[in-house]
Design a protein around this ligand. Structure first.
Ligand code: SDX
Length: 432
């Protein structure tokens, strides 16, 4: 069958080039432009990569128009309803849902890697108590490469697997240590008899002088939110992990680079920014003023938790968390949280506003997640840390996929140079 190609014609020179088309299982096909520069001398220009596929991947598929999200082909709604974070983590790493034995064995491996090298305690103590937990986490995760030299040979598949297990297992312990340091309480070691989410809740909220009961509603809510945040194709932080990994850097520092990129308010930092914004709005009567600010090009204010590069429909994750807000908030907090009411009013008004309709701006995953975290008792400055814990599964899975890809090369984009033309140096006494 004739190969599917597209032809580009230069209407100045009449030069033509025929480029092959690569087809996807779902979603857009891609024009392979690998020969373009070599054969035509042209680069492509796509700041923000709106039309650019940086890689091929079998992990996650998004359909922005439909608001669809699949992990290894499974709809997020079905995984959210029927699976668990640990089971979905296995699916992302190994490509198939585990059987009972595989799930038990995987859970045991992750549990056994949950402790930190004890000298890391000094690392946390080195930060001032009011350091932002994300700042501590970036440092702590990067420092893991100072301890685990036995699993940083990225050409060794077993080393890659061990490093992935260690990252997934240690993120909750690091996150809880960041939190305990910020509130001046002693760190709590992991308890291997608990679930992934239960262990995190205990490490964050238990104190040595009292018994601690895990709230099963909070544990289930956290496990579900973690599933929703596991992966999201080539978002900014995942692309950062892939670019860092393409140079051969060790997996721990690659994940640290992803944490750094996630922190931005345009990305994972939005969940913290949504709560800050809702507190700033304060009352339903102030919503119109803030919506006007969000539309004003001269005002840097944006409606945090709204809009998405890919979703031009409701983010399916936001839909699930919104339903969670109705089902669990009342059980988690004994008083009606006015913030939820304000968020729903804001959503309703924005979704009926021409500016948002025209630009297909809908609530994204960050719009409601903070309300659940707040109801569980997690402070606002830990919201993005929660996002990082869950996204570590996606980051390590994407990193493993990239390293195992025989076609992978160091990522090195080019540029459109618009600086000064070549010119000669002028001695200072000749300058005006
Ligand atoms: C995440 O990539 C991922 O998958 C990310 C993520 C993941 O799981 O990894 O889904 C997680 O990061 C979700 C997004 C969280 N960020 C926020 O909620 C911050 C607020 N949202 C915006 O900053 C923005 O919507 C982005 C960054 C999310 C998307 O930016 P784009 O795709 O570059 O869109 P854009 O800035 O070009 O906006 C298009 C238009 C512009 O107006 P015009 O110039 O056409 O007149 O929409 C406007 C923007 O001004 N716009 C907004 C807006 N978002 C876009 N106007 C007001 N408020 C907003 N939130």
């Amino acid at each position: 069958m004739k190969e599917h190609t597209v032809t580009i014609t230069d209407n100045k020179t009449g030069q033509q080039i025929e480029l092959p088309v690569k087809h996807a299982t779902h979603g857009p096909s891609a024009v392979d432009i690998g020969r373009l520069f070599r054969e035509t001398g042209y680069f492509t220009f796509d700041p923000g990569f709106l039309s650019t596929a940086s890689c091929q991947s079998s992990l996650t598929y998004l359909d922005g128009e439909k608001g669809e999200l699949l992990y290894r082909g499974y709809p997020i709604e079905q995984l959210a309803e029927k699976s668990s974070f640990i089971e979905v983590a296995y699916l992302m790493l190994y490509g198939e849902l585990p059987d009972q034995q595989q799930l038990i064995a995987f859970n045991d491996v992750i549990i056994r890697h949950s402790m930190l090298n004890v000298t890391m305690n000094d690392f946390f103590r080195g930060f001032y108590h009011n350091a932002h937990p994300m700042a501590i986490m970036v440092g702590a995760v990067g420092s893991l490469s100072a301890f685990y030299h036995d699993s940083t040979d990225i050409s060794n598949a077993r080393h890659r697997e061990i490093a992935a297990h260690r990252m997934i297992a240690k993120m909750p312990t690091i996150a809880a240590a960041c939190y305990k340091h910020s509130i001046g309480e002693p760190q709590v070691y992991p308890d291997n008899s608990l679930s992934y989410a239960g262990n995190l809740l205990r490490m964050m909220f238990s104190v040595p002088c009292e018994q601690f009961e895990i709230n099963p509603i909070a544990e289930k809510a956290l496990d579900l939110i973690f599933i929703l945040h596991i992966d999201h194709e080539q978002n900014a932080s995942t692309s950062t992990v892939r670019l860092a990994g393409s140079s051969g850097a060790n997996p721990f520092v690659c994940i640290a680079s992803g944490i750094a990129a996630l922190w931005g308010p345009a990305h994972g930092g939005a969940n913290e920014a949504v709560l800050t914004m809702l507190n700033e709005i304060g009352d339903v009567k102030n919503i119109p003023k803030f919506l006007e600010r969000a539309k004003d090009k001269n005002d840097p204010f944006r409606l945090m938790g709204f809009g998405h590069r890919v979703y031009k429909n409701y983010d399916p994750r936001a839909k699930i968390i919104r339903q969670m807000c109705h089902s669990v908030l009342g059980k988690l907090c004994h008083t009606n949280d006015p913030t939820l009411e304000l968020a729903q009013q804001l959503e309703e008004i924005a979704l009926n506003d021409e500016y948002f309709i025209e630009r297909k701006l809908y609530p994204n995953v960050d719009f409601y997640s903070g309300l659940i975290y707040k109801a569980i008792g997690i402070p606002t400055n830990m919201f993005t840390v929660m996002f990082a814990i869950a996204r570590t599964v996606g980051w390590v899975a994407q990193w493993m996929e990239m390293i195992a890809d025989d076609n992978q090369r160091i990522g090195r984009p080019r540029q459109l140079y618009i600086g000064p033309a070549r010119r000669d140096y002028i001695e200072i006494y000749k300058r005006k």
